[in-house]
Design a protein around this ligand. Structure first.
Ligand SMILES: [Zn+2]
Length: 250
């Protein structure tokens, strides 16, 4: 769906329940930039279809906001097409980790017959690990042609999280630094990371975005809802820092 003059969200891509992941893309006069590739090859096909429809002649680039598989799982589809995939330098995963992730997904299938048939293999059809091919630099700016994108470091959820701020639309693609509806996932880090995450939220807040596209959950329009979402993530982090454990741990 279109959220501003240049920015789009591809929402609700499948991950294991209850998660759905968002992807998006920014269409300039010369370049279209895809933000995250979903969990699977099939998600990436869907993203590619939408992202190339408006300006098929545009150069296509991909950026990953973090190293978790729900954001990079579709990279292989874009790599097959020779498209550059950019991310923070630490975004590198191993084939073993990727295989384990797919096995864990299969283990979550509630029906034992479907589980034993390994039906996750259908979900992960043709999905293969493809690490980013180029590193982004903090505060790097890209001119896509009438749309300028700035890379903002926003670590905390992982040490390698980045966000993208699009001008003149004032749209922020923030990956999992802000999620809506879901409790943010603090389990990938420790209290030191949660402090870092709070600092990242302060940086994003100062950008005064008008639209926020989170890694998971519905996108936000207007400063009031954006403030509420940032405050909500902050409060989860502050509580976790007090208790020393993520909110999802009993
Ligand atoms: Zn995620």
């Amino acid at each position: 769906m279109k959220v501003s003059a240049h920015c789009f969200i591809v929402a609700g891509l499948a991950v294991e329940p209850p998660w759905a992941v968002n992807s998006g893309f920014i269409v300039g006069e010369q370049t279209t930039l895809v933000v995250d590739t979903g969990s699977t090859y099939l998600s990436a096909q869907t993203i590619f279809g939408y992202a190339t429809h408006l300006k098929p002649e545009n150069r296509l680039m991909v950026v990953n906001t973090e190293p978790h598989f729900d954001h990079i799982g579709g990279n292989g589809y874009f790599k097959e097409k020779g498209i550059d995939i950019l991310a923070a330098p630490g975004v590198r995963r191993t084939a073993e980790e990727f295989k384990r992730n797919q096995e864990e997904y299969n283990a979550t299938i509630p029906n034992s017959v479907r589980r034993s048939r390994k039906e996750a293999e259908v979900f992960f059809y043709k999905t293969a690990l493809a690490n980013p091919t180029k590193a982004v630099v903090p505060n790097q700016e890209w001119d896509l042609g009438s749309a300028k994108v700035t890379i903002i470091e926003s670590p905390g959820h992982t040490p390698f999280n980045i966000s993208l701020f699009v001008e003149p639309d004032r749209v922020l693609y923030c990956g999992d630094c802000i999620v809506t509806g879901y409790l943010p996932n603090l389990e990938a880090g420790n209290p030191e990371d949660w402090h870092t995450w709070l600092a990242s939220l302060a940086v994003l807040d100062k950008l005064h975005p008008e639209i926020v596209i989170p890694g998971h959950g519905v996108h936000l329009v207007g400063s009031k809802d954006i403030k509420t979402a940032i405050t909500s993530v902050k409060s989860v982090l502050t509580t976790a820092l007090k208790t020393g454990k993520p909110p999802t741990q009993a």
